[in-house]
Design a protein around this ligand. Structure first.
Ligand code: PAF
Length: 275
């Protein structure tokens, strides 16, 4: 992969990278299509990264279907599909980890300690192997996007970051590989995340600026859904992820909710400056 990418770079081509854990859905395809339009060489990685899963999490059962991804890669005009093994990425004796302090501890970091260390480490490795000019990530993993941006700036990496909007099912549920875990009843209940964000948007558009009021409306809605259990609901500054009391400028409204045993996340970015 390194040799191929260096040759493409020497030929003066723009390299785009879409890092994924495979089992592509329309969300992944939107990144792949944006990258295809923008870059001369398109590399998509498929690697279910063990270091970003906690010991009690779903690393083993995480959905995988490489043949299906390969078929989609061909249909979408992907130039290279990079599918390293765990042993290649983390050979014996591997010792280095990337910590993006403070940002890693907020939002999802509270219930998933170590998750963002795993993400930052594997993404830096992918950047080092592929040396992309542009890398594409989804807004659904809002905290991941903020952390990667911080890492790129802090470590002076020569990568442009493109964050693509959340892709949703018709009823608003954000696309996620984990939606596959939902039983039909849970699938119906899962729309509560999006509905609560719509409620938040409505309140903000109606002039509400107090985070506590918005959170309590969202909380009440979600608690009315018997299959849902809130992990967190948070209103933060969109860039540094600091919680806000009063909304000003750009706010990230983010939440994580268990639907049955499945933990789902969703978010909404709002800019109230000049609204
Ligand atoms: O967003 C994901 O799918 C993963 O966190 C990523 C960026 C591919 C790193 O494993």
């Amino acid at each position: 992969m390194k040799r191929v990418c260096r040759e493409e770079a020497r030929a003066g081509k723009t390299i785009g990278l879409v890092p994924t854990m495979g089992y592509w859905h329309e969300g992944h395809l939107s990144l792949i299509r944006a990258a295809r339009k923008r870059c001369q060489v398109l590399v998509v990685s498929v690697f279910v990264n063990p270091t970003q899963f906690g010991p009690q999490e779903d690393y083993r059962q995480y959905p995988r279907d490489l043949s299906r991804d390969i078929r989609s890669a061909k249909a979408e005009g992907v130039d290279y599909l990079f599918h390293p093994s765990v042993e290649e990425m983390y050979p014996q004796g591997f010792k280095t980890e990337v910590e993006v302090r403070e940002l890693r501890d907020k939002l999802c970091g509270r219930s998933r300690p170590g998750h963002f260390k795993g993400v930052a480490t594997v993404v830096l490795k992918l950047f080092s192997i592929i040396r992309p000019d542009v890398a594409f990530f989804g807004q659904k993993d809002a905290q991941q996007a903020v952390i990667i941006k911080r890492m790129i700036d802090d470590l002076d990496l020569d990568v442009e970051l493109v964050i693509m909007p959340i892709v949703r099912e018709e009823d608003g549920l954000a696309m996620s590989s984990r939606n596959l875990y939902l039983h039909p009843e849970e699938r119906r209940a899962a729309t509560i995340l999006y509905k609560s964000l719509q409620k938040a948007r409505e309140l903000v558009l109606g002039g509400e600026r107090r985070a506590s009021v918005i959170i309590s409306h969202m909380k009440q809605m979600i608690e009315e859904e018997p299959l849902a259990r809130i992990d967190y609901i948070s209103l933060t500054n969109a860039e540094n992820l600091q919680e806000v009391d009063i909304i000003e400028d750009k706010v990230l409204i983010a939440l994580a909710v268990f639907i049955g045993k499945t933990r789902l996340i969703d978010n909404l970015l709002l800019d109230v400056s000049g609204a």
